[in-house]
Design a protein around this ligand. Structure first.
Ligand SMILES: [Zn+2]
Length: 300
């Protein structure tokens, strides 16, 4: 009963995230090709496709930022907003859904994004419950594995990855534009969060990135969920780092080490200087999240 009460109280306070002040946030636009752009503000990086068929947007950050995001998009194109793809369920990527739907976009995401948005969720990163989203912000088209858009002269493949950041992650590949949006499977300056509560898995990052590496080449512009624009070389390094630290942590876990012992073994030590930048999270805290993930999967 006590636990239920704690859950209910946490649910009531979930709004703190949405109430953050974004007055000082500036949306920065980077042109990648004649028809593809990256927008950065606060929250996940946004991809935009513009052209004769209209506008497609990938992720939409936080609801209060929608006016600024729309202004940035309108500075690129005055064509109609057609599609919005959600790479995964987190509020810093889908917070603007309801506002964007009012602009007339059709929202598309993996089945698990709609499923999780429709129910009370516990967000491990902000340590809070997130109430179910209103119907008006839910994806109206969902898919299991992959869906392809033939849009603005490009073939745009959205594909689901093995559980890694969450269990509803998708990446978006513009074959002709040679641009890949990775969602939060990839953060270009830091270890990615493992949202075990949303079905994520430490062991899934390397296999998920392998799916991306198969599709791209040395000239591909890679939009990470967070962090600066990246490329295949950096993504390959990230993949190998995640593979190494996941295997080290798994070995320690299987050897029966406690959380404290795993932290003291420092399985990420040789990568921390490069891969734990631009985050308040310490490497030790990341190792704790790895332990937590391994322990959760062990229980299942
Ligand atoms: Zn995320």
């Amino acid at each position: 009963m006590k636990k239920l009460l704690a859950v209910l109280l946490a649910a009531l306070s979930f709004g703190a995230w949405a109430q953050r002040n974004f007055d000082a946030t500036v949306i920065k636009t980077t042109k990648l090709t004649d028809s593809l752009y990256m927008l950065e503000g606060e929250g996940g990086n946004i991809g935009v496709s513009v052209g004769e068929d209209g506008i497609m947007v990938i992720d939409d950050q936080f609801a209060p930022l929608t006016p600024k995001i729309l202004t940035a998009i309108r500075a690129i194109s005055d064509k109609p907003l057609k599609f919005l793809l959600n790479t995964h369920v987190h509020g810093d990527h889908i917070g603007g859904n309801e506002n964007m739907a009012k602009e007339g976009v059709v929202i598309i995401a993996h089945n698990n994004v709609r499923k999780r948005m429709s129910a009370l969720q516990f967000n491990e990163y902000i340590k809070r419950n997130v109430a179910p989203y209103p119907k008006s912000s839910l994806p109206v088209i969902t898919f299991a594995d992959t869906v392809t858009f033939h849009f603005n002269g490009d073939d745009v493949t959205v594909f689901h990855t093995p559980p890694s950041h969450t269990d509803g992650d998708s990446m978006v590949h513009f074959a002709k534009g040679n641009v890949l949006h990775m969602g939060d499977v990839y953060a270009s300056t830091r270890y990615p969060n493992i949202d075990t509560e949303s079905g994520g898995s430490l062991m899934g990052f390397a296999p998920a990135v392998d799916l991306a590496l198969k599709r791209i080449d040395d000239a591909t512009q890679v939009i990470a969920g967070h962090g600066p624009l990246s490329n295949k070389k950096e993504l390959k390094e990230f993949r190998d780092v995640m593979d190494t630290i996941a295997k080290r942590a798994d070995k320690l876990f299987k050897a029966g080490k406690s959380k404290q012992q795993m932290v003291e073994a420092k399985p990420t030590r040789d990568f921390d200087a490069k891969w734990n930048r631009n985050t308040p999270r310490t490497p030790d805290q990341y190792v704790e999240s790895m332990y937590y993930d391994l322990a959760r999967h062990q229980l299942k």
